[in-house]
Design a protein around this ligand. Structure first.
Ligand SMILES: Cc1ncc(COP(=O)(O)O)c(C=O)c1O
Length: 339
């Protein structure tokens, strides 16, 4: 079945490049990016530095690789990073930092607002003692499950890390959503961080790629790790052009995805069987009776709606889900639950 005919609400990673994006990709100037000769990659990296308020950025193939390169650059063998128990950089990246960098993760519970309680962070920082791994880095995620970390928390985290001599990394896979939700620029959220990873291939709609943004010296070192991981790309301008298009055209429109998520979540709240409904930026979460999981899944497939149906369900809005699609999804849920 042609995926164009489906409404896919599993994740914002499913977005497909639009016609104009494909056009700039087809026409992109390219060169060998490993030699530093690809004008489109260079332009994207300059843009990454500009929007993050950092000195430099490195175009890499994925969010996982970007976070991994950041961890390998910040931490040496026997160092540790403090991270959320359910954070992507801990739970969903194959243990890369431990496997490839001999870096110990120190996970802690994420608070209900998505932040890591800085008192808890302080309590797990290891003393300088030969028994312990060396605490080097705090890694936070923004947004986390769609939740926006407030600017005051980000400022506190920067001050906290300076005081405790920790470096501070942001997995900003969806930091553009956080910025748009607060009517802020991305750079105001991240320019004081030691490094930030920004995904181009989620709500921003590029087919592939992330930007690791940091100081010039950090990016020079990060390039070494990128190469070691086999992440050096040659005529990557073809895909970098999509990233440039995404940054220039698809940031402000994220507000539409947030609005659509709100409309959908308000409608779902009218369905009694759905409980604990929350909406944060473009992510809706709710619980569903276990005995409805299979039948709802089958029903949504019949309706050509791709969803990750489970008793703790998540729906994600993005640029391939229009307002009309939202109405269609609401109708489908209402028909299934007969409200
Ligand atoms: C918060 C977060 N960080 C990092 C990533 C990794 O991105 P990628 O799948 O492009 O490697 C994801 C992917 O969904 C994510 O949700």
């Amino acid at each position: 079945m042609n995926s164009e005919n489906w409404i896919d609400i599993r994740s914002d990673t499913v977005t497909r490049p639009c016609k104009q994006m494909r056009k700039v990709m087809a026409e992109a100037e390219v060169g060998d990016a490993v030699y530093g000769d690809d004008p489109s990659v260079n332009q994207l990296q300059e843009l990454g530095a500009e929007i993050s308020g950092q000195e430099a950025s490195l175009y890499v193939c994925s969010g996982v690789q970007s976070n991994l390169i950041a961890l390998l650059t910040h931490c040496a063998r026997g160092d540790e990073y403090i991270v959320g128990q359910d954070a992507h950089t801990y739970k969903y990246e194959g243990g890369g930092a431990a496997v490839l960098g001999s870096i110990q993760p120190q996970p802690i519970e994420i608070s209900s607002d998505g932040s890591l309680d800085l008192n808890k962070v302080a309590s797990v920082i290891k003393e300088n003692d030969f028994h312990f791994a060396r605490s080097k880095l705090l890694s936070i995620e923004n947004t986390t499950s769609g939740k926006v970390l407030p600017q005051s928390y980000l400022n506190d985290a920067v001050i906290f890390c300076k005081k405790h001599q920790l470096k501070l990394h942001m997995d900003g896979a969806r930091v553009a959503n956080a910025a748009v939700a607060q009517n802020e620029t991305i750079s105001n959220l991240v320019s004081n961080f030691d490094s930030v990873s920004i995904c181009l291939s989620k709500g921003l709609g590029a087919p592939v790629g992330s930007l690791l943004c940091a100081s010039r010296d950090f990016i020079k070192e990060a390039k070494h790790w990128q190469k070691m991981l086999g992440g050096g790309m040659r005529q990557a301008g073809i895909i970098a052009a999509a990233g440039i298009y995404a940054l220039k055209n698809n940031i402000n429109r994220l507000s539409i995805d947030h609005e659509n998520a709100l409309i959908l979540s308000n409608a779902l709240k009218e369905i009694e069987s759905l409980q604990d409904i929350s909406v944060n930026t473009n992510i809706i979460k709710f619980s569903l009776p276990e005995d409805k999981v299979e039948s709802l899944n089958n029903f949504l497939i019949e309706k050509k709606i791709k969803a990750s149906v489970s008793s703790n369900m998540r729906i994600v809005t993005h640029l391939d889900v229009s307002s009309k699609n939202i109405e269609y999804i609401i109708d489908a849920f209402k028909i299934f639950f007969r409200t």
